[in-house]
Design a protein. Structure first.
Length: 204
């Protein structure tokens, strides 16, 4: 199994890159999103949950994520957790059954901050984008999907997203084998990566 890590700042266009590569490799890919592995906070009052810093590595259950990546590499099927940003909790009854495939893409803002996870990757890609572009995407996403107003989305970006990006995510770029500038709009880079992966699979 070929394991590809795709990291980058919040709103950088990682999901667009993942979708484009997945589309080009039609059916050979399983995607493991970091966002499914946030630690469960259902034991906390809602007021406390809303203060969680989702952009800090401590918010991620890296132990479970690493274990499940390892199991998929061993050809095992996993039950991926389901996490809700709205309730800041992990579902107690619902999971997603994920089966192994020829290519695994692990995607998320903080995946390169964990050495154990990095060591399981064959190719590490960092999706880069201008801060202004990222901010616009974050505002759209937070207001449409996460129940924030424009004001609270900007406040969250200023107080949490930007400082965490500078402290953890931007420095993790040094672990990347490939850096894609212009975020998810860089079709040339995406085509080259998809062709490289396809060639690697054909040569196995």
């Amino acid at each position: 199994m070929l394991v590809i890590g795709i990291a980058g700042g919040s709103g950088s266009g990682k999901t667009t890159v993942v979708k484009a590569i997945t589309r080009q490799l039609s059916g050979k890919v399983v995607v493991i999103p970091q966002d499914s592995y946030y630690k469960d906070s259902s034991h906390l009052p809602m007021e406390e949950r809303q203060k969680i810093n989702f952009d800090h590595p401590d918010a991620i259950d890296f132990k479970l994520l690493c274990e499940q990546v390892k199991e998929l590499k061993q050809g095992k099927t996993i039950e991926q957790p389901v996490y809700s940003y709205l309730t800041c909790s992990r579902s107690k009854t619902e999971t997603v059954t994920v089966e192994p495939a020829e290519v695994m893409i692990v995607e998320g803002i903080l995946i390169f901050t964990c050495k154990e996870l990095r060591d399981q990757m064959n190719i590490k890609i960092f999706v880069d984008a201008d801060d202004d572009d990222r901010l616009m995407r974050i505002i759209l996403r937070d207001t449409e999907e996460r129940g924030r107003t424009i004001h609270t989305a900007i406040e969250h970006y200023t107080e949490t997203v930007k400082p965490m990006h500078l402290q953890f995510i931007e420095p993790s770029k040094r672990y990347a084998d490939i850096i894609i500038p212009q975020g998810g709009h860089n079709k040339v880079a995406i085509d080259v990566i998809a062709a490289t992966v396809d060639k690697a699979l054909n040569n196995k």
